[in-house]
Design a binder for this molecule. Structure first.
Ligand code: GRF
Length: 205
């Protein structure tokens, strides 16, 4: 059976597109079964619909609390028989309701080399700090923000970036490589989580 991915977005959805394209090309042995947004105006919804991917809008403002919202999301993901959940610019913290429904099956992408520069402005914070190298991180999601075990990191040099926006563009290019790479490895190679470390073991069965 084909592995099914559910993608949660809140906006542009360019990482969503990179995942969907990698599924279509066969780079990732999976299909995007549903895209869920907490915002009706998320631009990524239009792209998903235009590419035949089912979408759902579940505004967090329609629910009494985070848990109720996450319960509705879990129900929609279950409807689509989703195996893996990818956060792609999803601007909400997850409650245990969602995290426990997909243990070690939720990934996020963050635009810095974690654990440096977590939070909302990873690219700007790295630029202003003056680091020579930044990049992006695909990691498992746990209850702490930008915190779970790291699957893939890709670097982007800061030198030559005239401002934080220019650095963000460089990082985004790497993000579009990193998410498909992380999914491909997790779906095609044996792996385990040892403490905080994601260990890929090609020798294992
Ligand atoms: C990306 O920079 C991602 O790392 C961060 O939010 C941004 C989402 O961009 N979590 P997009 O919606 O995937 O284009």
């Amino acid at each position: 059976m084909t592995t099914k991915i559910g993608i949660l977005i809140s906006g542009r959805g360019s990482n969503m597109q990179s995942i969907a394209r990698a599924c279509s090309s066969g780079e990732i042995p999976a299909e995007v079964a549903v895209v869920v947004s907490n915002r009706a105006d998320a631009a990524g919804l239009e792209w998903a619909s235009a590419h035949g991917i089912p979408t759902a809008v579940l505004p967090h403002t329609d629910f009494a609390d985070r848990e109720a919202h996450d319960r509705a999301i879990v129900a929609r993901l279950a409807d689509a028989a989703v195996d893996w959940v990818c956060l792609a610019g999803y601007m909400r913290l997850l409650s245990p309701v969602l995290i426990d429904a997909f243990t070690n099956r939720i990934l996020n992408i963050h635009p810095s080399l974690l654990p440096s520069f977590p939070g909302l402005h990873g690219q700007r914070d790295a630029f202003e700090y003056g680091v020579a190298v930044s990049g992006c991180t695909v990691h498992f999601v746990d209850l702490e923000l930008d915190h779970g075990p790291i699957v893939v990191q890709r670097t982007a040099p800061v030198e030559g970036s005239i401002d934080a926006e220019a650095l963000a563009a460089r990082i985004l290019t790497e993000e579009h490589r990193a998410y498909p790479e992380a999914l491909r490895r997790l779906l095609t190679e044996p792996w385990s989580i040892c403490g905080r470390r994601v260990v890929f073991d090609r020798a294992a069965p």
